[in-house]
Design a protein around this ligand. Structure first.
Ligand code: FAD
Length: 323
């Protein structure tokens, strides 16, 4: 039995009166309890607003602070799943009680859709599912969704300095949203998107069934490797194919302002970037900066950030020329 009791919530279908509110809340919690594995009681990973850790658990993976306001709708509860049965319970009971379930892995969704909603909801938080098992022998790794990209890169590098994985540039982005949505990064010119390098997955579907690529079928596997998985189920882990990288790579960043001919260089970059040797990737970002350290006059700065899969002495093919 749960010791905590949910505050009164409104289901999609309408409001509960105070008279029946508690019993409905308790039935929802009881439902979770009934569907979890007795060896892994779900009550230990449920946080309601009455729990002193509720706010810190909620905020830990709010990565867009615009959605961390007092006016931002809050979840009725947060389930920090530790075991598959917790996820299965959450799915079954969310359906039974019509409560929207938000799945959150790294919390980097730009619109915060993994942790707020306009209808009553709860969060299924996946940050505890973050193991990474790298096999250099067959050049693959099983990566759980709560891991961050930085953790994936780190665990691969621990085992090999000639393997990597083509995914995003921000190390705190979560595997769950990134891998299910596509994923582009510094090695995409040579190795494609993240999803081009995913070979298997483990998913719990809307019926609460645990599936892998073979049992889910190619259509569903295709959907959760680019289509955004939350429409289809809860992904637990992805199996990825590692790629070969040189032991020594080169990174550089070049910043130029309008006064330093940025307009022409950006124009030229657009003409040549896609024609260069596929071992080099040059990303462009632009921002507004002061003209100098002693002036508050503003200008636009173009920053070219690059990864070259080779050491700095390795020549690039000569054409086209870099600006
Ligand atoms: C600072 C920053 C840098 C970024 N850099 C890059 C980059 O270099 N390259 C790039 O391609 N993208 C980049 N992105 C975009 C990022 O890849 C997406 O926002 C991605 O969806 C974030 O994944 P997440 O797990 O951190 O987010 P979350 O907010 O946890 O989830 C995002 C979406 O995926 C769903 N979801 C999460 N986990 C699961 C799961 N286990 N099962 C089913 N559905 C799930 C959520 O419900 C939500 O709809 C960046 C974003 C930010 C904020």
């Amino acid at each position: 039995m749960f010791l905590t009791v949910l505050s009164c919530f409104v289901l999609k279908a309408g409001s509960f009166s105070p008279a029946n509110c508690d019993s409905v809340n308790q039935r929802f919690l009881q439902c979770l309890d009934n569907h979890s594995n007795p060896s892994y009681p779900i009550s230990t990973v449920v946080y309601t607003p009455n729990n002193s850790s509720y706010s810190s658990v909620l905020q830990a993976y709010i990565r867009n602070l615009r959605f961390n306001e007092s006016t931002t709708p809050k979840p009725q509860l947060i389930i920090t799943a530790l075991h598959e049965s917790h996820i299965q319970s959450a799915i079954v009971c969310a359906k039974q009680y019509g409560l929207e379930m938000k799945i959150r892995s790294g919390g980097h969704d730009f619109e915060g859709i993994s942790y707020w909603s306009v209808v009553p909801f709860f969060i299924l938080d996946m940050f505890n599912f973050r193991s990474i098992n790298v096999s250099i022998a067959d050049e693959t790794a099983w990566v759980q969704v709560g891991a961050t990209l930085g953790e994936v890169y780190y665990r691969i590098a621990e085992k090999s300095n000639t393997h990597g994985f083509p995914a995003g540039v921000c190390p705190t982005v979560g595997v769950g949203g990134h891998f299910s949505g596509g994923g582009y990064g510094n090695m995409m010119r040579k190795y494609g998107l993240t999803v081009d390098n995913i070979v298997d997955a483990r998913l719990i579907d809307v019926q609460g069934r645990l599936l892998n690529r073979e049992s889910m079928g190619e259509d569903l596997f295709w959907a959760i490797t680019g289509g955004g998985a939350s429409s289809y189920g809860v992904v637990l882990a992805y199996k990825i194919k590692l790629v070969v990288v040189p032991a020594m790579v080169t990174v550089f960043q070049v910043n130029v302002t309008l006064q330093q001919n940025a307009t022409n260089i950006v124009y030229r970059w657009q003409q040549v970037a896609y024609k260069l040797d596929e071992d080099i990737f040059i990303r462009l970002t632009m921002d507004v900066v002061n003209v100098s350290s002693t002036s508050t006059e503003k200008t636009i700065r173009a920053s070219f950030l690059s990864l070259f899969l080779g050491d700095s002495k390795r020549p690039l093919s000569h054409e086209p020329r870099l600006p």
